[in-house]
Write a protein that binds this ligand. Structure first.
Ligand code: DC
Length: 220
């Protein structure tokens, strides 16, 4: 694929605002959208349901290979416990390998005849689609991200304790950043957007300015 493909890779830590931004970019350009975190969450949920231990790499990889549309629609995917386990199974090389082809195919052959794809995750610009025309790396301080996640949980009617949310995000950052395979990292050629003191509209405007210059001519 040449320099002007229509792939937008959006990476960043948990609760950085990357999902909101990625969805909005997909809507704007009429591209297909894939939240790759859902795949790892689906593996985690299958492990929880089937009693598969996160220390059994081969069994976890088999769960990854068996993911169905039903798994990807389960409301329990968003649970905090699922996210925590997702970050553990995502460190297993065989699990990551089992999910590569699906993500690459989504990027190069977007579903529903869409003219491009937006994928968000941790390693999209570095490992899954290093050729992506547009790479964004979305960050915010861990305190700001914890505060957003805390408010989101309260808004959903859940009980949440800020220090626990902060500790959980720190643990997850450490696991996602320090793992040996495909760690969370900014691709050298990614635009970094720090959303700590930026609202969603400002982050979208910055991303849009950048993307418009790099997508295939005629994309709007
Ligand atoms: O973005 P999220 O919180 O839904 O992701 C859940 C976990 O999945 C996260 O802790 C790390 C992992 N993940 C990953 O390793 N690589 C991706 N491309 C996406 C998510």
């Amino acid at each position: 694929m040449g320099a002007s493909n229509n792939i937008i890779a959006v990476d960043g830590p948990a609760a950085s605002g990357k999902g909101t931004l990625a969805r909005r970019l997909a809507r704007h350009f009429g591209f297909a959208y894939l939240d790759s975190g859902r795949l790892y969450r689906a593996v985690a949920l299958r492990c929880l349901k089937n009693g598969t231990g996160s220390d059994d790499e081969k069994a976890c990889a088999a769960e990854a290979a068996a993911i169905t549309e039903v798994d990807l629609d389960d409301p329990a995917l968003r649970d905090e416990a699922t996210g925590r386990l997702a970050s553990r199974v995502a460190a297993l090389p065989l699990v990551r390998r089992a999910l590569v082809d699906y993500q690459r195919r989504f990027a190069t052959h977007p579903p529903d005849g869409k003219g491009g794809a937006v994928i968000d995750g941790r390693d999209i610009g570095t490992v899954i689609c290093p050729e992506a025309a547009v790479k964004l790396f979305i960050t915010a301080t861990v305190e700001e991200r914890a505060s957003r996640r805390y408010k989101e949980l309260l808004g959903q009617g859940a009980t949440a304790i800020y220090p626990a949310v902060l500790r959980d995000l720190r643990d997850r950052d450490a696991r996602d950043t320090n793992r040996a395979v495909a760690p969370l990292a900014r691709a050298e050629d990614a635009l970094q957007i720090d959303t700590t003191s930026m609202d969603a509209d400002a982050a979208f405007a910055a991303a849009l300015r950048y993307a418009e210059k790099r997508l295939a001519p005629g994309t709007k």
